[in-house]
Design a protein around this ligand. Structure first.
Ligand code: NDP
Length: 296
């Protein structure tokens, strides 16, 4: 193996420490405690784990955590009424509605009901538009985490060729916008891309956000490239359950200059960036300077 391993777990811990230091300062200097409200509808087991983890980490950095667990058959009106209440609550600076929602609820309608200034997931259509036009916005957490790791590793990304495999609204598209914002030359690849291998081989920065276990082998990676593996796939191997990324780690690490592992790469950065976004939202809501290095 030749690649430098980009340790997302350690990076996320540093982000959380930074957030905690800012929170302590906000409390002391301004009597302000940033607050994050998380809304969970139904009992999806994976969502329950995420929500628990978010609540725990929110409290650990000194913020207020407000958890709202609603029944799976909650009506859209009731959910929208809760969001209206959270929008109006000055103690709540960030609102996150855990996705996926049960089928009878319209996710777009619900997400777009959140005050864009409190939309710490960055999924509100206003924030999507602001990001796309290079204006100050709330940035989706997973791509923000990827960007932070890339900036730390490379310093400037200007002029680099970046390929993002995957065009979802929550990862691929905002990732591409962020890389463009940092002056990369960006290609977005997807399931209809012709000769994906050749496209990937042109990348100085290769971001994989597909959801297919180990789909990208080492011979698709340009020697010395930086590989960011967003994929989280559960597979069974040798009779054991394992988590793997969208990149075949061993063969890619043999040619890449740097690579994020799965687990321990992008994954831990997502909640750390959620906390960073909540801090940013609290600072903006109170007309205070934004914390440096924690936004796009
Ligand atoms: P989506 O399913 O929404 O999007 C997957 C994308 O991959 C689509 O754009 C699809 O193309 C593309 N794709 C599928 N098959 C291929 C293929 N054979 N070749 C090229 N492109 C292909 O997934 P998400 O963006 O939500 O998530 C992607 C991965 O990231 C998942 O493994 C998910 O678990 C993980 N993830 C990790 C997070 C973290 O915290 N680390 C957070 C969010 C997601 P098309 O549009 O043409 O169908």
């Amino acid at each position: 193996m030749t690649a430098t391993i980009i340790d997302g777990k350690a990076f996320a811990a540093r982000v959380r420490d930074k957030v905690a230091a800012h929170v302590a300062q906000l409390k002391e200097a301004h009597g302000l405690t940033p607050g994050l409200a998380v809304v969970l509808v139904g009992e999806d087991p994976a969502s329950q784990v995420y929500v628990r983890s978010k609540g725990k980490q929110t409290v650990e950095v000194g913020m207020a955590s407000f958890e709202h667990r609603l029944e799976a058959d909650t009506s859209e009106d009731a959910l929208l009424a809760l969001i209206d209440k959270l929008n109006a609550d000055p103690q709540v600076h960030g609102i996150l509605v855990q996705l996926p929602l049960p089928d009878h609820l319209d996710s777009d309608l619900v997400i777009n009901r959140i005050d864009p200034a409190k939309d710490v997931d960055g999924f509100h259509i206003s924030n999507v538009g602001l990001l796309g036009t290079g204006q100050k916005s709330m940035v989706p957490c997973t791509p923000l985490g990827c960007l932070m790791m890339l900036r730390e590793h490379h310093g400037s990304l200007s002029g680099m060729s970046a390929v993002v495999v995957g065009r979802s609204n929550i990862v691929g598209k905002p990732m591409a916008q962020l890389l463009l914002g940092d002056s990369c030359t960006v290609t977005i690849a997807h399931s209809r891309t012709r000769d994906l291998a050749a496209v990937c081989r042109g990348a100085d920065i290769l971001v994989a956000a597909v959801g297919r276990p180990e789909m990208i082998p080492g011979d698709w990676v340009k020697p010395g490239a930086t590989v960011i593996d967003v994929g989280i796939n559960r597979i069974e191997r040798d009779g054991k359950n394992r988590l793997v990324g969208d990149v075949d780690f061993d063969s890619a690490a043999a040619v890449a200059g740097a690579i994020t592992p799965v687990p321990g790469g992008v994954g831990p950065m997502t909640i750390a960036c959620l906390l960073a976004n909540t801090l940013t939202a609290a600072a903006r809501a109170n007309g205070l300077p934004e914390p440096e290095g924690l936004t796009a």
